[in-house]
Design a protein around this ligand. Structure first.
Ligand SMILES: Nc1nc2c(c(=O)[nH]1)N[C@H]1C(S)=C(S)[C@@H](COP(=O)(O)O)O[C@H]1N2
Ligand SMILES: [Mo]
Length: 222
């Protein structure tokens, strides 16, 4: 959580952050950490983090808007390739959600903004035989998910978090956000969505993670 935003919420200005004596800053941070956590929002085996860790296999790729595209392919009536400018003009929405990582941290109260997955599915016109989606990211990272999970109205192709553009480490320019499943399903640096008629394990699923990954029933390993 951003201390400036926290203080602004208390009636101060974000600018106070730079002028604030250390003791005051620490007190404010302690007050923030003492906020009671609503345990009913934390799945079993998870603990709440205040910061947002980075978990990347490999390294964050370079982004060149001139070469970037997003492909919607597989079992669709209308395969699509969006360039960066066109994609950024698509309708967006904001989703308030919690993140649950299989490594046991949860980050509550995130506002992500991006293009709804359901909008993408509607534009591409999914064929009735499609049952699953494979998210394709830079450097060959993939994640599989059931079509029904993809089509939920809180799933986004996201590029903003709490009002700011995603950082490169968190997936800029685009990541999938599937808040109701463990976070490895939310592929960073998303470049394609492939609709298929059989489930097939993605990057982490091939390495032992669960094919679906529901945090509430602890679907951690397959
Ligand atoms: N392309 C790509 N997407 C990825 C990953 C990755 O290594 N590469 N890691 C996954 C895992 S295991 C997690 S927990 C989250 C971490 O996202 P964060 O670094 O923004 O916290 O991204 C997921 N998406
Ligand atoms: Mo993860």
């Amino acid at each position: 959580m951003n201390l400036g935003r926290f203080l602004a919420g208390l009636g101060g200005q974000p600018d106070d952050e730079v002028k604030m004596p250390d003791a005051v800053r620490e007190e404010a941070a302690d007050a923030l950490d003492a906020r009671p956590t609503d345990r009913s929002r934390v799945p079993p085996g998870q603990w709440v983090t205040r910061g947002w860790p980075v978990l990347t296999y490999g390294y964050a790729p370079n982004f060149d808007p001139a070469r970037w595209d997003l492909r919607i392919l597989g079992l669709v009536e209308n395969p699509l390739t969006w360039d960066y400018e066109t994609f950024m003009g698509l309708p967006t929405k904001k989703v308030l959600c919690d993140i649950h990582c299989v490594t046991t941290w949860s980050l509550l109260d995130n506002v992500f903004e991006g293009v709804p997955a359901a909008y993408v599915a509607e534009q591409a016109r999914i064929k009735p035989e499609a049952t699953h989606v494979i998210a394709h990211a830079e450097q060959g990272y993939t994640a599989n998910l059931p079509l029904a999970d993809f089509l939920r109205d809180d799933v986004l192709l996201a590029y903003k978090h709490n009002g700011d553009n995603l950082s490169v480490d968190h997936g800029w320019p685009l990541r999938l956000m599937v808040p109701h499943l463990y976070f490895w399903k939310s592929a960073k640096w998303l470049r394609g969505l492939e609709f298929v008629n059989a489930d097939a394990p993605g990057f982490w699923e091939q390495r032992g993670y669960h094919m679906r990954g529901d945090p509430w029933t602890e679907e951690r390993y397959g």
